[in-house]
Design a protein around this ligand. Sequence first.
Ligand code: 3HC
Length: 488
Amino acid sequence: MTRSFEKVGIVGLGTMGAGIAEVFARAGLTVVGVEADPAALERGRGHLEGSTGKAVAKGRLTEAGRAEILGRVALTTSLEDLADADLVIEAIPEVMAFKRALFTDLDRICKPSAVLATNTSSLSVTEIAAVTARPGQVVGMHFFNPAPVMRLVEVIHTVTTAKGLAEEVAALARRLGKTPVSVGDRAGFVVNRLLLTYLNHAAVLLESGLSTRDGIDAAMRLGVGLPMGPFALLDLIGLDTSYEIMCALFQETRDRRHAPAPILREMVSAGLLGRKAGCGFHDGDGPSSQAVGKPSVNSVALMGEGAEEFAAQLSAAGFKVEFGDDADVVIAMSHTPVIELAAHLPHPHRLVGLHLVGEKVAEVASTVLTSPEVARGVEGLVRIAGRTPVLCKDRAEFVVDALLYPYLNDAVRMYDSGYAGMDDIDAAMRLGCGYPAGPFEMLDTLGLETVRDGLRALYAEYRDPSFAPAPLLDKLVTAGARSIRDLS
Ligand code: 3HC
């Protein structure tokens, strides 16, 4: 018999809980929102009223529609009001002891047929289910921030979840207008495992001085087409939440890339939690633009693949490229470090590496010998050519590829482990994070061999074993496969 979910309880009305309540109410279900005390309940009401109010202001919702949505949500501080709910979703802070205590209470209060779900981002659903007398009716239902906007719901089943329940919950997610991806219970599930590893890597690279906050954000947003750069996204998710997810990942994997970057702990301790605190990597006003470098360059020598394209862009913008040994700056078009070239030049401090990324970005790599004036000059030239410059150090794969390739490698490993299929992983990253393409789609666009070689370069530079190409990727390249989907 198919279950009917009509009355839904949401426990915890912070950003995520209130967003989830709105999603259910918008889909016509009756919602009971529970908070611990009256003050928290009022904050929850504020989230709901604010979010639906914005929708009215933008003309996406009528006042009558808003009143209907809010009318479907009853707010209370008493868990006992969940006694006749068909489904209860927990969205309280990520502390296992709190979750287990809550599920013990819910198990006692809720009717025997009720399904209990957790919106945990990385804690073990199995461990939460184990405190109840109904582990067969416990699942994970993981929404993405902002819940009313992001279209993915990860549905997590454990080894004790009753057969068929995950499918019923997935059908409910579809009724909410979301796309479900069903997976087993591993720390971080699909999205947070891939996403937070990448975000942590960005924080590690920032600390290493590879580039700046705004440089890295611009590189990933404009160069790869992601909706937000890593630091803007860390602010949206919350640095405390991100830190907790990293800890949970590290606890399970012992992979040092999951050990939170020290800067995250420092910022969390300082209360710089991101948007909810009004200050995080960015202040409340969002990313500031990079300082504009004044091009004090009269002549430039260009070499390497893509030199003509860049020269044409400069010429089109009215800048005359003069070739010659005595040029003010020497630009080596390259996606790999250029320092070895410096030894062959009469003025090694005039050399920079330049990597054009997509249509909008150019990475400007300074070697240990490059003079700051030369880097600033090239920064100005890049702007003249109509691109956003990303200043960085002359390290393997510069910024974009150094962040992108390990993420793609992790996706290949995840697939190869049997945890999730390629289509599900692609859909999860597109719909959960608004990525323009999933990792396997990106792999096919970039080329398996390019990514494999980039990973080899990263491994050679940083000696981190997890940068070594996944064996599956290596084998596909050796076999001459063009697409990872040649496998299926
Ligand atoms: N609540 C409701 N609606 C919202 C919203 C919110 N908090 N924020 C934005 N929106 C709506 C806007 O009203 C707008 O709707 P409209 O097009 O119908 O007018 C739409 O979303 C787009 O918003 P904006 O034009 O203001 O801004 P952007 O185009 O820049 O989009 C974004 C904002 C949707 C947040 C986009 O930048 C994005 O997709 N970012 C990536 C977010 C992401 O990766 N989330 C997942 C994080 S991981 C996670 O949550 C898991 C957890 O366990 C940590």
